[in-house]
Design a protein around this ligand. Structure first.
Ligand code: LUZ
Ligand code: MOS
Length: 750
């Protein structure tokens, strides 16, 4: 089944925030944000801006009727700066005008005087000064202290991974339209409609039932709109509240890049110990997470770093500690992988350092330590592992030895070009790590003409979740997909939603939809049994036809639906789903937090131009654990996109804040994302198909985030290519491996 959005996407007819027809009298806003990363506001002068043509009003913290607070996990983030600013880009005032241009022109006339305070941009410095957002957490398995004496090899080191700009094609934005009796309808480009609803209610001091949030689809989210879509929606609602007019804000790209948080940069230390047989006996890691100026989702992201600190390896003795460090950068936030990739990079660096020291390929250590079913994760869950299956199938399909031989032969016969190969096995836990967030609801209506409408908490952001929801309904009812419509995500129809995140959206909302449809189907079968005077157990509905004991009747779906209506049987159902068996005890840091894990293995080869430092990714060959994919095209698309996004993070996307906390890479002229020329020349994705009894929708495992981690392989492949040119060079584990850094590591002494 093709993606149901492809037709309107191709014709430019899909509706995003900017395609929603605006009500007459709509006003537009723009934010005046802090030019200073840390300080006390001495003076805010909006006098001149207020007199500008088209300006309607300028709002500040003093205009907030409820709480000036948008913090989700911890209430530590003001919507509009009151007395202090904590990062460059922190909203201070909101200009509302009759046009977009007028609002932005007025911004330039606002003056602010700020008494500067010390600026911290580095997480280790923040930790040194006690600037922690939450107390540190430690995950532990076995006993590392005693394990070191049993190790034959012990290596230590430090790693850096940089942030990443989400670069959703559709920037952040919202449109608030006042309704009768002080209620609001808010169109928001958000992954979390309920988060927007809750925060609007809090800031405007309204009950949540006065706030309707409606989302048709996003032009990309990647985690950037899990929490940080809220600000813009709340600002529109604030202006709309005071002015009783519809208010819209659609951010310009540079505003978006400057004011929103990104993937968390991490600085980390590791210590790894191995036996002579290359078994990893002990591993310690310390993670310094650069959280930015407020908590946002950082504590949860930090937790996932700990969950994925051992990637896909069994290590009997592990101790991993993480610090959530407050700095004067925009609060960093969810980004595909949610701290997992940052944790996995460190163990891969540790293995690589050990392999370098022993003069063996890292793959020898990787393969010997892959998780087996029955092994324990550092957080207590027992693995149902596909790690070896994925690795072995990758070897069978792609012949790792042969690929390595090709690389070696190329390197032996080329002086100025070198190839490198790296293998990246992955393991990613599926579920929100916060157990309570693992719940979803689905509302299914069957209309009297036989057509079906489905509403869930799932937000379509290009990942194809609506297509999957439609497939679920079509499959349970056994009706043609054209009979089914997936409605917008709306807080009046589906309440208390979790954000579409954690790769879990199709599972949670899909199973809720399956339950709702199954319940209605059961009622329909009862009607059929009664009308056709037969046993319930002999009734079946297949391809819109009613069968009794396997024999087609002259009853079809439409006739049955109408019969049920006439008998006053409900043709609607609201179902609730939460995965059974998951739990986590944060006081012990043990439990069974994940419904299941997704595994996979990638093999990445690159070619480096050793004169210029530039490079190409030749191929990424993958065996990925899809379970039993319910939509191959969508799932392959998620893999390809994830791989390219991961390679971007690891190789070319370089976020630079200067010492003053100012974003230097603040536009697409200074921030390089992968384009069609930089994608791998070949991406081959093979499926490890399993049909185990897991908690995935139709056994089709979650696919959103895991493939991003294959991109880490590009970093290590580049490293290997550089070493082929200069075997004695010392390359710090400092991602991204930009062409500049490649050049410097090719010629470290020049
Ligand atoms: N969001 C969240 C996530 O709130 N909790 C999670 O565990 C998570 N994991 C991945 C991506 N987003
Ligand atoms: Mo996400 S990082 O699943 O919003």
């Amino acid at each position: 089944m093709k993606n149901i959005d492809s037709y309107t996407h191709l014709r430019g007819e899909s509706v995003y925030l900017d395609d929603i027809p605006m009500t007459n009298g709509t006003l537009f806003c723009a934010v005046f944000d802090s030019p200073i990363a840390h300080g006390k506001i001495k003076l805010l002068d909006t006098a001149e801006a207020t007199t500008m043509a088209g300006v309607v009003r300028i709002f500040t913290a003093a205009d907030i009727p409820g709480e000036n607070q948008i913090g989700g996990i911890i209430p530590d983030e003001e919507l509009l700066a009151n007395t202090h600013v904590h990062f460059c880009g922190m909203p201070i005032a909101l200009v509302v005008a009759t046009s977009d241009e007028a609002a932005r022109a007025a911004i330039k006339k606002i003056k602010v005087e700020i008494d500067p305070l010390p600026i911290i941009t580095d997480p280790r410095e923040a930790k040194g000064k006690g600037e922690l957002i939450i107390p540190p957490r430690t995950f532990q398995l076995g006993d590392t202290t005693n394990a070191w004496s049993k190790c034959d090899y012990i290596l230590e080191g430090q790693t850096e991974t940089n942030g990443q700009e989400h670069l959703y094609i559709e920037t952040q934005g919202a449109y608030a339209v006042p309704q009768e009796n002080g209620a609001f309808r808010i169109y928001s480009s958000t992954q979390g409609p309920t988060a927007v609803q809750r925060t609007v209610a809090r800031v405007l001091n309204l009950p949540m039932n006065q706030v309707e949030v409606d989302t048709t689809r996003l032009g990309g989210g990647f985690g950037g709109k899990e929490d940080q879509a809220t600000t813009w929606a709340v600002l529109c609602a604030l202006a709309s509240y005071h002015l009783k007019k519809p208010v819209k804000y659609s951010l310009h790209r540079m505003e978006d890049m400057r004011m929103t948080g990104k993937r968390h940069p991490y600085s980390s230390d590791f210590k790894i110990g191995l036996s002579k047989e290359l078994k990893i006996l002990a591993y310690e890691a310390t993670f310094y997470q650069n959280a930015g100026a407020a908590a946002d989702l950082s504590p949860a992201v930090m937790e996932r770093t700990l969950f994925h600190c051992n990637n896909t390896y069994f290590i009997p003795n592990v101790k991993a500690t993480a610090f959530c460090c407050r700095t004067n950068l925009p609060p960093n936030t969810a980004f595909r992988g949610f701290g997992g990739p940052q944790g996995m990079f460190v163990i891969e660096a540790a293995i690589t350092k050990a392999a370098d020291a022993l003069n063996i390929p890292a793959s020898e250590i990787q393969q010997k330590n892959l998780l087996q079913t029955g092994d324990e994760f550092p957080y207590g869950q027992i693995a149902d592992s596909e790690a070896n299956e994925c690795w072995n199938k990758a070897d069978e399909q792609f012949n790792i030895k042969e690929l390595q031989k090709g690389v070696d032969e190329f390197n032996a016969s080329n002086k100025n070009h070198k190839k490198g190969l790296a293998i990246m096995p992955i393991c990613f836990g599926i579920s929100f790590t916060k157990t309570l967030m693992n719940q979803a609801r689905s509302l299914v209506h069957v209309y009297t003409d036989g057509s079906v409408a489905v509403s869930t908490g799932a937000v379509e952001m290009g990942q194809g979740v609506n297509t999957k929801m439609l497939q679920v309904a079509a499959s349970v009812f056994s009706i043609d997909p054209s009979k089914i419509k997936i409605n917008t995500t709306n807080t009046y129809r589906i309440a208390n939603t979790s954000p579409s995140a954690a790769s879990a959206t199709a599972d949670l909302n899909g199973i809720a939809t399956e339950i709702a449809c199954t319940t209605i189907l059961q009622r329909l079968k009862e009607v059929a049994a009664e009308e056709l005077k037969t046993e319930l157990s002999s009734v079946e509905i297949k391809n819109e036809r009613i069968y009794i004991d396997g024999k087609a009747t002259d009853w079809d779906w439409n006739k049955l639906v109408m019969a049920a209506y006439v008998k006053r049987i409900s043709l609607s159902e609201l179902a609730h789903y939460t995965p059974p068996g998951i739990h986590f005890d944060a006081t012990k840091e043990k439990g069974h937090p994940f419904a299941y894990h997704v595994y996979g293995t990638s093999i990445t080869t690159v070619t480096v131009d050793c004169i210029r430092g530039i490079y190409e990714v030749d191929a990424v060959k993958v065996v990925h654990d899809f379970g039993k994919s319910m939509n191959t095209m969508i799932d392959i698309g998620q893999c390809e996109g994830g791989i390219v996004q991961g390679i971007g993070w690891m190789t070319m996307e370089e976020i630079i804040y200067d010492k003053e906390g100012k974003l230097r890479s603040n536009a697409l002229s200074t921030y390089k994302v992968p384009d069609i020329y930089s994608v791998p020349k070949e991406i081959t994705i093979q499926s490890l198909t399993t049909e185990k009894n897991n908690l995935a929708i139709f056994r089709s495992k979650a696919v959103g985030e895991p493939p991003l981690m294959y991109g880490i392989g590009a970093y290590f492949a580049l490293r290997n290519a550089v070493k082929a040119f200069n075997p004695t060079t010392v390359i710090p584990f400092d991602a991204p491996m930009t062409p500049e850094k490649v050049l410097m590591s090719l010629y470290p002494n020049t």
